[in-house]
Design a protein around this ligand. Structure first.
Ligand code: NAG
Ligand code: NAG
Ligand code: NAG
Ligand code: NAG
Ligand code: NAG
Length: 796
């Protein structure tokens, strides 16, 4: 397969090659009104419907040209004036270096936001939407210079089931609800343009189906193992129960498609219960397209088609692999298998031309919606975006704001933080990340507008206070393979009034293709921390951790000499500023962990075990806060503040009525009648959105203003569904409160979705009995009763 990949890259280089080395790119486009009139085909006619135009375009292609459109490096069709198109772009946390994105010329950089695992900690859907908007604005600006495509294979909304997964940094953590809400808001930010209409010429309001950037939710589904012991993602067969698939692995994809209206979806490398994901007709076609109403294109992960024959021999020949994926519903092949083997598959009658046409309709519909056949892009919506819209002050402020909102304060012994003494402070900034720059960008990074490293951040914060700042890396990098720099770090700590230790992970420990074996700090880092704390001899020490996945820092949690611990994820270009601001109280941390942190002994669990639920007979403890029966170091949702918040009022109904039995049709269209369970369908009106209202009042008792995210959980009756979660997040809202202020937060819930639990059959039901709603330590009982005529209470 290596050769396949090399071939594919060579092909890409050929297509883009000549331009890639020059300073100036030319944006090529189809349907040029000033071009040769014989190239203005009906598919260029914007008065016709997209459907008609797509059909016209496809009808003009011969079979070879059709096949050339089925791969990510779609070829040009010069006789029709259609330029080549590279589908593969990335915009995970800002526009990223990727096959379609070529930084340089007048667009050398882009704003780099925190990795999603950190942004997730903000629990702020508006922030996620704004990050999507800025990313798409900068993406369009780069596209207008001819230097990128406008389809991104972002976001990554797999749930991070296991803390060892190397791609945890790309995700929103372990909770399906957080992943779902992020998917919806980030995708809308990428695809739908600016909501504030401040640039009327750039609002595609005339045609809401037009896309600013095409988003792609990946990797569908149950994909969260890259390379662990003898397992790798290409060979891994994820054994997943219907129950786990429905309530853990798939919700974010369903939200992405149904509510987020994503125009792209990616099928993953792994098999699911034996079937390679890109060949799974039941999931790709029956579930995603038919049940969820998906209208976009489905791409394979890169070389995920090749592996079906070449690696796992699931298909007897490459042509069979071609037919499996095309019959299953996959439209685009990242790689070259479809280019190389489709003709032979046609000759063997494993596929037919009409099937290719169906996939081309999905592909060209998205290109049509991106405006690629509407003429000169500079005259179209977003056509005026250019270099002046990239790395603007506002965009860079948003990158800083995102990091500031997301930092998680894990420990604050005797409220030692924030540090108040600034004047004349002798500060030691120590550790492999003390002057981190590119390390702050994690993976899928671009070229940032600039960096503010932690060292620079502290210098800025203290600049007016005549500080002395001492810098010692302590290790040459995060791997920290030897200890020879530790004595100098100890010496720095001895000289200082206060010490910030910047430690953690890097792409050398966790990245795509690299899962962790240990949850501990790498190499000699823990020894460095202990030596520095000893040398500081009682002077204030704060530990800041840069990492995507959780780190077992229980030693520091238990050591009273380490007064503060802050998790800063991979915070993006402005991360060092955010960290310094937090330590000195210029920002009050309000982030909460999007993933549970575990002790090292969690690594005794077999990472290949996909079960979310515990199993008492094997001692398997289950996964994530929803099911884990053990004790985590810090649970999902944990995070401190410099202020104190409390919930002064909690108002919700005491009881709700389940509807009469004749209304019970399940979303999977299977009628279910069980003695104490009701299977409900939100679309059938039996159970509507917002029919359960919960009001929570939050008060800031502390001395400082600050943000607080209210996390609302539900818990089903103990005698409900077998395998019900311990609790599950149903909604969240972030509020800003001045010291002494109070605010009401209103949650509008859908009882079927939010109080429902999924059974072994994969069907969501609402159990009769006492449900519990929870925020913090406040618990509220809500009885769901069987409906009978004459009851005066509200019916769902
Ligand atoms: C474009 O399509 C419209 C609607 O079908 C049609 O009336 C018009 O003549 C077409 N324009 C050209 C230049 O073909
Ligand atoms: C179209 O592609 C062919 C084959 O790769 C190449 O020779 C030709 O120059 C391309 N034409 C344009 C206009 O890019
Ligand atoms: C810190 O990193 C920045 C950016 O890479 C670099 O310019 C600077 O020289 C570094 N400072 C020290 C003291 O090494
Ligand atoms: C793992 O370690 C933690 C902390 O030492 C302990 O509380 C927990 O019981 C251990 N779990 C297992 C399964 O051994
Ligand atoms: C628990 O594990 C045992 C042994 O592997 C298995 O037979 C049983 O089906 C499992 N139970 C559940 C609920 O998964």
């Amino acid at each position: 397969m290596k050769t396949v990949m090399v071939w594919c890259i060579l092909f890409g280089v050929l297509l883009l090659g000549i331009q890639a080395f020059g300073e100036d790119y030319k944006l090529e486009y189809a349907c040029d009104p000033d071009g040769p009139p014989n190239l203005l085909f009906p598919f260029c006619n914007t008065s016709m419907s997209d459907e008609e135009r797509v059909m016209d375009l496809i009808s003009r292609l011969n079979i070879n040209e059709k096949i050339e459109q089925l791969i990510n490096t779609a070829a040009n069709v010069s006789r029709l004036g259609i330029p080549a198109y590279q589908w593969w772009g990335e915009g995970l946390h800002g526009v990223a270096d990727s096959p379609s994105v070529h930084f340089g010329g007048s667009t050398p950089t882009a704003t780099s936001f925190p990795l999603p695992i950190l942004s997730a900690a903000s629990f702020n859907r508006h922030l996620w939407n704004r990050i999507g908007q800025v990313t798409s604005t900068e993406g369009r600006a780069i596209f207008n210079q001819g230097r990128s495509g406008i389809s991104y294979w972002s976001p990554n909304i797999n749930i991070a089931r296991d803390p060892r997964w190397g791609r945890t940094q790309e995700t929103l953590g372990e909770d399906p609800k957080v992943s779902s809400v992020y998917a919806v808001h980030f995708v809308k930010g990428l695809q739908e343009g600016d909501y504030d209409h401040s640039r009327p010429q750039d609002v595609a309001s005339e045609n809401p189906r037009r896309l600013k950037i095409s988003a792609c939710c990946k990797h569908f589904t149950a994909h969260d193992l890259d390379a662990w012991k003898d397992y790798d993602r290409n060979h891994f067969d994820a054994k997943v129960t219907q129950q786990d698939l429905e309530d853990s692995y798939n919700p974010s994809f369903k939200s992405c498609v149904k509510e987020g209206q994503s125009s792209g979806l990616m099928c993953s490398y792994n098999r699911l219960n034996g079937i390679p994901m890109c060949a799974d007709y039941e999931l790709l076609t029956l579930t995603v397209r038919n049940q969820w109403g998906f209208e976009g294109y489905i791409t394979s992960d890169c070389d995920a088609v090749a592996l079906i024959h070449d690696y796992i021999y699931y298909a007897p020949t490459p042509e069979d692999a071609v037919s499996y994926v095309m019959l299953a519903g996959m439209d685009l092949n990242c790689g070259s298998t479809l280019l190389v083997h489709s003709l032979a598959a046609l000759e063997r009658k494993l596929i037919w031309e009409g099937l290719i046409d169906m996939h081309l309709r999905n592909l060209f519909s998205v290109r049509m919606r991106l405006g690629m056949f509407d003429g000169n892009p500079s005259t179209l919506p977003y056509g005026s975006l250019g270099p002046a819209d990239i790395c603007t002050d506002a965009n860079q402020d948003l990158a800083l704001e995102a990091a500031r909102q997301s930092l998680v304060l894990l420990k604050n012994e005797k409220k030692a933080l924030p540090w108040k003494k600034m004047h004349g402070l002798k500060l030691a900034v120590i550790g492999p990340h003390a002057n981190a720059s590119i390390e702050m960008l994690g993976n899928y990074e671009g070229i940032p507008c600039k960096y503010v490293t932690p060292l620079q951040g502290f210098s800025t914060v203290l600049s007016k206070h005549s500080p002395t700042i001492i810098y010692q890396p302590g290790c040459s990098d995060a791997t920290c393979a030897d200890s020879h720099l530790i004595p100098a770090a100890e010496e720095a700590a001895e000289q200082a009034d206060a010490v910030v230790l910047m430690v953690g992970l890097s792409q050398a420990q966790e990245k795509e293709g690299r899962d962790r074996i240990s949850l501990l700090l790498p190499g000699h880092q823990q020894a460095l921390v202990s030596a520095v704390v000893e040398a500081a001899a009682g002077r204030p020490v704060v530990l800041v951790i840069l990492s995507g996945g959780p780190v077992d820092v229980s030693f520091a949690n238990e050591d009273p000499r380490i007064q503060g611990i802050v998790w800063a994820g991979y915070p993006g270009q402005a991360g060092g500023q955010a960290v310094a601001d937090a330590v000195f109280g210029l920002v009050n941390p309000g982030g909460r962990l999007p993933q549970s942190w575990y002790y090292e002994n969690y690594t005794n669990i077999d990472m290949s075990n996909m079960n979310m639920r515990p199993n008492a007979s094997t001692g398997y403890p289950g996964r994530t806060y929803r099911f884990f029966t053990g004790t985590p170091l810090y649970e999902f949702g944990y995070g401190l503040s410099y202020s104190d918040f409390s919930y002064t009022r909690f108002a919700a109904p005491q009881s709700l009525m389940a509807p009469p039995l004749r209304h019970q049709l399940c979303s999977s269209d299977k009628a279910v009648i069980k003695s104490n369970l009701y299977c409900l369908d939100r679309e059938k009106g039996a159970c509507k959105d917002s029919s359960l209202q919960v009001t929570v009042s939050v008060r800031n008792h502390g001395p400082l203003s600050g943000d607080h995210s209210v996390l609302l959980y539900s818990k089903p009756p103990s005698s409900g569904v077998d395998g019900a979660p311990l609790k599950q997040l149903v909604s969240f809202e972030r509020v800003h409160l001045e010291s002494g202020a109070e605010q009401e937060v209103v949650f509008k819930l859908n009882p079927c979705e939010d109080l429902g639990t999924v059974g072994h059959d994969g069907i969501r039901t609402v159990a009769l009995g006492v449900h519990t709603l929870m925020v913090g330590a406040v618990h509220h009982s809500l009885i769901i009763e069987e409906w009978s005529p004459g009851y005066g209470v509200e019916s769902i």
